[in-house]
Design a protein around this ligand. Structure first.
Ligand SMILES: Nc1ncnc2c1ncn2[C@@H]1O[C@H](COP(=O)(O)OP(=O)(O)O)[C@@H](O)[C@H]1O
Ligand SMILES: [Mg+2]
Length: 268
C-alpha cells in the first residue's frame, strides 16, 4: 500500500482556553474523497486551515504528501501549498478582476505568457462548465457560478490534493447537484485526493468514499457511506435523521434511503 496522501495525527487546536479540535486522527488515501461532517462551529474550517498550515496545531501533526508543512520554512511551505487546491467557504473572488484574472491569478503571478494563461483558464472553466463566463466580473455571476469560478481557481495549477470548504452550502438543490458532479468528475479525471468539509449530509453521501463525523472536537464516526448509515451511534443517527428530513424538504429528487434514526437516548 502506498503511504496515505494526508495523515492527521492527534491534532489539537485551541484558541485561548477554547479547545476546538481535541485530538483528531485520520488518514486520506491517494485518490480518495473524504467528507468531514459536523455542526456549525465544530472546527471544520479550522481543520482545513491547519492542514494547509494557515493555522499551526497546538499538538499533533499533519503530513500532506509526506511533508509536514508546519516544519517547512516559508519558501518551501508556499511551494508545497501549490500542490493543494483550496476552495474557500465563500467564493472569495476579487471583485475588481474578471473571471480570467481570478482563475489565472497564480499564473499571472508567475508572469506566464497571456495566451498560455488564457488556454489553461479556459480548460479549467470547461471543467466547471463556465467557459462562456471568462470575461465576466464576479458581480455579474450567480452565487453558484461564483462557487464554480472558485473551484476553477483551486484547480488552475493541477493540484494533487483539493480541500473544499462547504462547496454546496447555501446553494439550491439543482446547483448543489452541479457542484457535486464537478467534484466527482475531477476525481475521476485526475485521481485527485480530496477532503470536503460540509454539513450537507446528502452531498457527502453522494460524493464520498468515506465520511468522518466530528462533534465537540472529536471524531465520532469514520466509515463508508453505507457503514455510516448503518451506524448504531446515537449522535450519528440523529445527524443523519435531522439532515435527511431537511434534504427531503429541499429536494425534488428521490432522496437517498437512510435508516430511520432510533429515538434519542434520554439525556443526549
Ligand atoms: N482565528 C480564530 N481565532 C479564534 N477563534 C477561532 C478562529 N477561527 C475559528 N475560531 C473558533 O473556532 C471554532 C470553530 O470554527 P470553524 O472551524 O470556523 O467552525 P466550522 O465547523 O463551522 O467551520 C468556532 O468557535 C470559532 O469561533
Ligand atoms: Mg466553516
Amino acid at each position: 500500500m502506498p503511504d496515505p496522501a494526508i495523515v492527521v495525527d492527534n491534532l489539537v487546536k485551541r484558541f485561548d482556553t477554547h479547545t476546538v479540535l481535541g485530538g483528531v486522527s485520520f488518514t486520506v488515501e491517494e485518490g480518495e474523497t473524504v467528507s468531514v461532517l459536523g455542526r456549525s462551529g465544530t472546527g471544520k474550517s479550522v481543520l482545513l486551515k491547519t492542514i494547509i498550515a494557515l493555522l499551526d496545531p497546538d499538538e499533533g501533526s499533519v503530513r500532506v504528501l509526506g511533508q509536514d508543512l508546519h516544519r517547512l520554512d516559508e519558501e518551501h511551505r508556499l511551494e508545497a501549498r501549490k500542490g493543494i487546491g483550496y476552495v474557500f467557504q465563500g467564493a472569495a473572488l476579487f471583485d475588481s478582476l474578471n473571471v480570467l484574472e481570478n482563475v489565472g491569478f497564480a499564473l499571472y503571478q508567475k508572469h506566464l505568457p497571456e495566451d498560455e494563461i488564457r488556454k489553461t483558464v479556459l480548460d479549467r472553466l470547461e471543467a466547471v462548465g463556465l467557459e462562456d463566463a471568462i470575461d465576466k466580473f464576479p458581480s455579474e455571476l450567480s452565487g453558484g457560478m461564483q462557487k464554480r469560478v472558485g473551484l476553477a481557481r483551486a484547480i488552475v495549477e493541477s493540484p494533487r490534493i483539493i480541500l473544499y470548504d462547504e462547496p454546496t452550502t447555501g446553494l439550491d438543490p439543482l446547483t448543489t447537484d452541479v457542484i457535486n458532479k464537478i467534484i466527482l468528475r475531477l476525481r475521476a479525471k485526475s485521481h485527485v485526493t480530496s477532503i470536503v468539509v460540509t454539513h450537507d449530509i446528502r452531498s457527502a453521501l453522494a460524493i464520498s468514499d468515506r465520511l468522518i463525523m466530528i462533534d465537540q472536537g472529536r471524531i465520532v464516526a469514520n466509515g463508508t457511506p453505507s457503514e455510516i448509515q448503518a451506524s448504531d451511534n446515537a449522535w450519528v443517527q440523529r445527524f443523519l435523521g435531522i439532515r435527511s428530513v431537511e434534504a427531503a424538504a429541499l429536494s425534488s429528487r428521490p432522496r437517498i434511503a437512510i435508516r430511520r434514526p432510533p429515538p434519542a437516548a434520554p439525556g443526549t
